[in-house]
Ligand binder design. Sequence first.
Ligand code: FNR
Length: 476
Amino acid sequence: MKLRANVVFQIGSKIFGYFQRYSALSLSVVQNLLRFRNHLFLVLANAHKGQHPPALSVVRRHRQREHTRWGNSSPLPHTGANLKPALRCLEKTSMAELRAKEKNLCREMVLIANVSDYEELAKQKLPKMVYDFYASGAEDQWTLKENREAFSRILFRPRALIDVSHIDMSMSVLGYKISMPIMVAPTALHKLAHPEGELASARASAAAGTIMTLSSWSSCSIEEVKSTGAGIRFFQLSVYKDRNLVQQLVRRAEKAGYKAIALTVDAPRLGRRESDIRKQVFTLPQNVVLKSFEGLDLGSMDKTNASGLAAYVASQVDSSLSWKDFKWLQTTTRLPILVKGVITAEDARIATECGFAGIIMSNHGGRQLDYLPATISCLEEVVREVKGRVPVFLDGGIRRGTDVFKALALGASGVFIGRPLLFALAVDGEAGVRNALQMLRDELEIAMALSGCASLKEITRDHVSTESDRIRRSRL
Ligand code: FNR
């Protein structure tokens, strides 16, 4: 009986999931499917009396998916004792509510054609405070917009009649082979987007065969993220005034198998994000902490009049950090150290001379100093200065595979993605992040094929033209 109920439930769920994704069903069909599924839940509960671990895991997974997709705020069942209340809660959800949610879900599924589509859906789904925290830039948000617009001013110069029947976009970063030149930027507090937080992002990045950079301000700890299994990970470091603490963090990352440290240098103070300031409420919900600092008494933020995060940074982060501290940082670890947040040739030269293993060009996604140029506009200046001595990566405003292609053509070794993955995480958890990375990969593949490039090394400067190229040519 137990076995049969389990099998029936699994088959029922599969059929239901299939219809959810792929069909524009009439409401009556959806209604019947929902009834059928609820019935299966009950059969399962009766058969196992809440004591059967495999059955429990099926129910838990199912509830968790609902929690994610439907924004249900009821707690997830974690023990056998919680199973019955969870089932009662599901029963109590009226058919009308389920139908409305299901209708939204069907609409969401057909709406997503590119990574930017996730933003609109995330906006509807997330509390306003969280959406604003993720989406906003500093002050007038000029840099935030410019990060996007600068890409639209770079055009293609494709080559024809080249064999592009097989496209290879694999590459190495610091000696680690990855599947594509698209990596995951460090962004804080993924649990504000989804209950699984950075664990979901880590699984999705590993599945995509790419690197995830874990923020110092993650809501899952360095060790928790490691426990998700294999995957190449970097650790982003924000240097605190307490250097012992920094040393501990770096050692923990090294012990947990992270492959590099990305030292953020563009945030000695937090930029003024006015949406946070106006609402005067950016503090962490009770269930979200800066998990790697838990137990060190630095895991939570106080409520203050201005943004809680800005106050936290001002009190904890070492704004006296300078180039000479790099030597000290090197003594704390054998890992290669990348510098994140450089956008000028002058700083790129110092970084290379100091011995940084690579440069991540970044203006923090337009969240720090406003009226910085777009990172893509500064790329060639930095690449020219570095002359291939270390790899130069770039983030900021990348929303399309064509943007990735343009960055590679202008000399980047690879790119990092920030907000789009947070929004995808908010909308559909791990599956959302996987899908977003896959869409960017697919778009890059098409851009390569249509430009006549079968591998990354075939992408050259001549495949794109910038505004200054066009002005120069028009003068000839
Ligand atoms: C960030 N970023 C960031 N950078 C960093 O070094 N440490 C951090 O903790 C964070 N946290 C963070 C939170 C949020 C919500 C955002 C949007 C960004 C900056 C991030 O690494 C990256 O530089 C930008 O996000 C890249 O720009 P796009 O892709 O978001 O346009």
